[in-house]
Ligand binder design. Structure first.
Ligand code: 3HC
Length: 311
């Protein structure tokens, strides 16, 4: 074990136990958790934008109510995760500054536009479906607060994925125009959903260390493959096709073969050159500035309460 690694920390990992906020931990372990949990939280709150775009234009009151519940869930996921990050000694105000200044990232997937109502279905089915595949193993992450936050998040993501599937199923069994709209949304969201799992394992600088620390339980490529294997049969149930002619069941491998992902697109989007990067960040910073009065009021109220208690 590395020199700076406390023996108590290694003992917890060896027993597949959970590291808690007050336990001794290597600085690198703390830092990578802050990095990952903060960026996970940022993804949740930026992810509210593409979907929020359709709340006022949902095709029925039922769809509107479901979409509003989902967007509110994402805000809640962000709060759980900022709270989990704060157990590591950081302040969420600093994390938001890091997001707004580009020093911290959010998931590439939210830099794509939601052009039609069917995109809301594709996001639920594919994006939340991919998120579940990535987040279920995180329920067994070695850091206790993160693992526990994931348990509740995963339960809510399952509802998100089911409602997305149902939207697409309704459209795919509707008029020709509705079918076409659903197929178009799946065509646009399939490859970006595969990119959510990160770069390939041989180009993933954080993976080895994250796996050694029990943060990442499966590699980027393993989870990507698991998502593909799960999703192809669902696309058949929907009566929609996935935009990859290379998709084929490989009996020998026990997995679906697929055309290699073009990761240059992922790196471009991460670099800020996706379709909606500027718009998403401008909206986020604007919302933060517009909400300053609420934060100031809450702080003033808390201070008054504290003064009352002190008297
Ligand atoms: N978008 C943006 N950045 C990405 C990315 C993506 N799709 N995939 C990888 N990156 C970044 C990584 O953050 C890392 O940069 P950093 O060192 O500055 O943080 C770099 O690219 C190299 O990638 P690595 O594979 O080495 O990094 P990780 O080991 O951190 O793996 C990860 C990346 C799989 C995303 C991992 O961080 C992870 O599992 N994070 C938690 C889950 C998460 O954040 N999901 C976001 C999806 S949104 C969501 O779940 C909300 C739901 O409601 C839809």
């Amino acid at each position: 074990a590395p020199a700076d690694e406390p023996a108590s920390f290694r003992a917890i990992l060896v027993e597949d136990g959970r590291v808690e906020p007050r336990d001794e931990m290597p600085e690198g372990y703390r830092k990578t958790l802050v990095r990952q949990i903060a960026q996970h939280a940022h993804s949740e709150i930026i992810g509210m934008q593409p979907e929020g775009n359709w709340v006022s234009r949902a095709p029925s009151l039922r769809r509107k109510a479901i979409l509003m519940a989902k967007v509110q869930d994402e805000a809640g996921h962000g709060l759980y995760l900022y709270a989990a990050a704060e157990t590591l000694g950081v302040d969420r105000a600093d994390l938001l500054d890091a997001l707004h200044s580009g020093r911290q990232k959010y998931s590439s997937i939210f830099n794509y536009p939601t052009l039609t109502w069917a995109d809301v279905g594709a996001i639920g089915w594919l994006v939340d479906g991919a998120a579940i595949v990535n987040q279920v193993p995180l329920c067994r992450c070695s850091y206790g607060p993160y693992a526990r936050a994931m348990v509740r998040v995963c339960k809510e993501e399952s509802f998100h994925q089911r409602q997305g599937f149902e939207i697409l199923h309704t459209l795919a069994h509707g008029s020709q125009a509705q079918r076409q709209m659903a197929q178009d949304a799946v065509n646009r969201y399939w490859w970006p959903s595969l990119m959510m799992f990160g770069p390939p394992d041989d180009d993933s600088p954080n993976s080895a260390q994250s796996m050694a620390w029990g943060i990442k339980r499966f590699s980027n490529d393993d989870l990507r493959q698991r998502f593909i294997d799960m999703t192809v049969p669902q696309s058949e149930a929907l009566g929609l096709t996935l935009p990859d002619d290379g998709l084929a069941w490989n009996e020998e491998r026990g997995h679906y073969d697929f055309t290699p992902v073009d990761f240059t697109e992922l790196f471009e989007v991460i670099r800020g050159n996706g379709p909606c990067n500027e718009q998403r960040m401008a909206h986020r910073v604007g919302a933060h500035e517009d909400g300053a009065w609420a934060r100031e009021a809450a702080a003033a109220y808390a201070q008054k309460q504290a003064q009352k208690q002190a008297q």
